[in-house]
Design a protein around this ligand. Sequence first.
Ligand SMILES: [Zn+2]
Length: 459
Amino acid sequence: MSLRIYNTLSRELENFSPLEPGHVRMYVCGMTIYDLCHIGHARMMMAFDVVQRWLRASGLRVTYVRNITDIDDKIIKRALERGITIRALTDEMIAAMHTDIAALGIEPPSIEPRATEYVPQMLSLIGTLEGKGLAYRASNGDVNYSVRKFDGYGKLSGKSIDELRAGERVAVLDGKEDPLDFVLWKASKPEEPPEAKWDSPFGSGRPGWHIECSAMCGATLGETFDIHGGGMDLQFPHHENEIAQSEGANGKPLAKFWVHNGFVRVDNEKMSKSLGNFFTIREVLAKYDVETVRFFIVRAHYRSALNYSDAHLDDARNALKRLYTALSLVAPAPVAAIDWADPYAARFKAAMDEDFGTPEAMAVLFELAGEVNKTRSAELAGLLKALGGCLGVLQGDPQAFLQAGAGLDEAAIAEQIAARAAAKAAKNFAEADRIRQVLLSQGIVLKDSAAGTTWEAAQ
Ligand SMILES: [Zn+2]
């Protein structure tokens, strides 16, 4: 294989080949399910959707596990506020998540474990850690992990325990021997609903967030697997703690590659509820069509910060129109299997093989669209559509996409037609032609007649 992936653990691009020939096992930390998915969740799920699509396009079988955290402080609080059971809340939010991410063309994972279904595995893992002296029972009834006892704590975040501790603002120890120690099993509190309590050898309680993932990835993928992914913000402490738990219990590396996607910023600011620049997937899809949103996210490299703004979404829609315009000019020839020896396909593959380089891969699609515009080749149009399919774009009806887009810009088109008429009147035919070409690249065909100029969507 020629695929290289950036590994957060080594901070280097490394050659990738699956531990089990031909089969990739990947675990990604999913949602804590108490509210609707926002654009940051969409970005994370899209990043790993591109990863799984490209691994499959490379001829590999992929077992992709993305978990659901369905027990947590925020979930308990929200269910109490709404006066419904935890199960009713999480079922509702999981259904909403499935609807929203399917709308964006994000393929479902192979396995989607819910934390509450893996409590026995979590308890067994905590028992193992206690037996190895890595976990202790605290005075408040919790069971905690003792980070000082695990060699290599901090290896993912690249920091020593002392550096990490200096960065922590933990004032209350909560029965912890060290401020970095974290909870494996939380003792039940009287005010918590019965649904949030499990009997265990450590007393009535519920699991901590970190142990959930160690148990679910171990149960679904085994002790060591190929890729562990998630948002950049999970590197510390969540993923550091998963490593401490799983490797502490099994004595084996948890994952060969640690892959993290970048943040979403809104108008160059951090997205947050308090800043009021926080968007759910539903709010974004009320303004923009699904493929534009998908294209906008996918064309940025997964590790870079993604800056969300209306201007960037408008720009993405116009760029996508250029690609669809090419596909509207000539019916794409069906492609049974992409010929990776084709020069365009080979360059697309080289881009994707270098840490899923979607910006460079998209650039190849634009060159290909330019060739289709020039040559009207059905084969090249077929290749354009097939390569777009590797990224989950360009599979729709070109006319439908262009007409939907054109309908929104009538005033802008009228302005361009007026500018072109003025250029012609001034005998600036080069400028008049340039305007006609620009409109054509956006799927708008001009028709001149004695009565003036009219337009229609490209056929
Ligand atoms: Zn996790």
